[in-house]
Write a protein that binds this ligand. Sequence first.
Ligand SMILES: O=C(O)[C@H](O)[C@@H](O)[C@H](O)[C@H](O)COP(=O)(O)O
Length: 259
Amino acid sequence: MEHTISEETRFVNALLLYLSTIIAYNKDMETITITKNTSPIASWITDKINNLQEKDKITILLPGGRSIIPVLKELKKTALPWKKLHFFLADERCVPQDHPDSNYKALREHFFLSLIEEGKIAQGNIHPYTHIQDTPHTALENYIKDFCAICDKPDISILGAGEDGHIASLFPHHPSIMDDSPYYISVTDAPKPPPIRISASKTLLESSTYCLVLFLGEAKREALRRFLSPDTTVRDCPAKLCLQTDNPAIATDQTDILQ
Ligand SMILES: O=C(O)[C@H](O)[C@@H](O)[C@H](O)[C@H](O)COP(=O)(O)O
């Protein structure tokens, strides 16, 4: 009898997982295809910000990594309601803000610094994570407080997919992608160095009004294949959590895979 119940349970679980994958996969997803430069991505971000004009504050999560940099270089030339925008990090490596590994350092050099210098945005609209070596838990709590003082969910999350399909610091089949904390989480054994990081949680990213994942460059082909496959789950390919949001989108230059 016990055997029959567990068989049934397994069957129902498998069916639910399959249905949720199909539902998520069939949700309308915008696809931005890149042929020459990343300006279509900057235009997508501009459109979404314009859709949210009614709001007093618009919260944008930015990723670390190289793919986002040319996009932000385009975006900073655009006329936007800059003073309403609040930027948080989708994830950060637990290093000082001027360390070469810091995601904030790269974003500051290529994006924030010139916006501040031109008077478009105040430093208070930029929300870097401050790592505290001796009390990392307090540092994480401070960042969650900082986020909650501005909003309860991201308006726009922009994420860069890694070669393995990770986004932010949520990695395939890793405790980080199973953690359903509401805001940010700490990651102490990330498979991608450096191992100690903080990350927006799966739950927080899934609550985004708009969510865009970048798959740029040949190195992201396998990740894009995994993302598009109806047979993979969010645990296999964390980038797929984008499909659980109200308005999912991807951008890629690997257009042949889409056919
Ligand atoms: O801190 C990190 O490592 C990142 O936030 C990570 O999630 C990154 O965004 C992707 O790995 C894409 O990186 P690239 O754009 O450099 O490929």
